[in-house]
Write a protein that binds this ligand. Structure first.
Ligand SMILES: Nc1nc2c(c(=O)[nH]1)N[C@@H](CN(C=O)c1ccc(C(=O)N[C@@H](CCC(=O)O)C(=O)O)cc1)CN2
Length: 291
């Protein structure tokens, strides 16, 4: 039997209208529109597309959004100067610097320069620390999108065996932390699950993955999860967005469809949720800053 679809496009549309309604409510109360400043350095085609999609999603939901496009030869000092101006601008509640950055720029220095109060990507070490210790200021967008996709489809996580394939700072590490954390009133996006983090050096990777009730594939390797690595009926979330010859391919092989109980597609799964959770965080930042 074919897996049920974890439809990120449909859930993103629902959540974006919920966000738009809350933005409209704030406008009726005389509050300033939540403002997002996106910074794009260079001409990487995928990054250009992501920023364009983020900008449009913000506009559609009634957020105030600006895109700052800088040339590929921008220096670190020039980028720091722009980030400093955005930090000081009261109309900007959220700042996102699209990654990856060109080689001459130290992305860690830029991430640390964004005000933690406006860090809607949740990449700043202060926000990572708050997330890790169970007092999140923001939730990182892709991990939060994964949790929403699972929980809003009725997939219970508490006590489940979850395997995360991938250990990046953007996805693997934070999604593992969120999935294992105890759910509390101050930390509702938490899974209460038993989590194993696997990666390219993991021994017996297929055996480890097959233990999972929920498998999160975030390795960035097209088709790396094959049907023999999946427990029958498991929920499989594909975080991979690999552009191969102009086509978007996930980390999950298409034949997994016949083994899994639930499967998120690529495109149309986690990607649209990542953008939605950015809108969610920008609204949240506006609430935290303006009330
Ligand atoms: N500052 C950030 N940089 C990067 C992040 C991030 O969260 N913040 N994540 C990734 C890229 N990313 C968001 O920026 C992202 C990747 C993919 C998608 C997406 O919607 N993918 C589509 C397929 C592509 C398409 O149709 O255009 C999908 O899966 O349906 C959105 C955002 C690295 N950099």
């Amino acid at each position: 039997m074919a897996a049920q679809r974890l439809d990120g496009k449909a859930l993103a549309a629902t959540m974006r209208s919920e966000i738009a309604a809350r933005v409209a409510e704030r406008a009726r109360a005389g509050k300033r529109a939540p403002g997002l400043a996106a910074v794009l350095v260079g001409e990487d085609p995928a990054s250009q597309q992501y920023v364009k999609n983020k900008h449009k999603a913000c506009q559609d939901a009634g957020l105030a959004t600006t895109v700052h496009r800088l040339s590929a030869s921008t220096t670190q000092a020039e980028l720091l100067e722009l980030v400093g101006r955005l930090n000081a601008d009261p109309a900007v509640h959220g700042i996102l610097v699209q990654l990856p950055l060109p080689k001459q720029i130290d992305d860690g220095a830029i991430i640390r320069a964004v005000s933690p109060n406006k860090d809607v990507d949740c990449f700043h070490p202060e926000n990572v620390g708050l997330l890790m210790t169970g007092y999140p200021r923001f939730y990182p967008c892709t991990p939060h999108g994964v949790l929403q996709l699972l929980t809003r489809n009725g997939i219970a996580l508490a006590g489940k065996e979850i395997v995360v394939l991938g250990r990046s700072n953007i996805v693997g590490k934070p999604v593992a932390v969120m999935l294992m954390q105890k759910a509390t009133a101050t930390n509702p996006a938490a899974g209460d699950a038993t989590v194993t983090v696997a990666h390219t050096r993991t021994k017996n990777l297929a055996d480890v993955c097959r233990r999972a009730d929920v498998l999160i594939a975030a390795a960035g390797v097209p088709g790396v999860i094959t049907p023999d690595m999946v427990k029958p009926g498991a929920a499989v979330v594909d975080v991979g967005t690999n552009n191969v010859d102009g086509r978007w391919l996930g980390d999950v092989h298409k034949d997994v469809e016949s083994v899994a109980g639930w499967l998120s597609p690529v495109p149309g799964g986690v990607g649209p949720m990542t953008i939605t959770m950015l809108l969610y965080n920008t609204l949240d930042a506006a609430k935290q800053i303006d009330g």
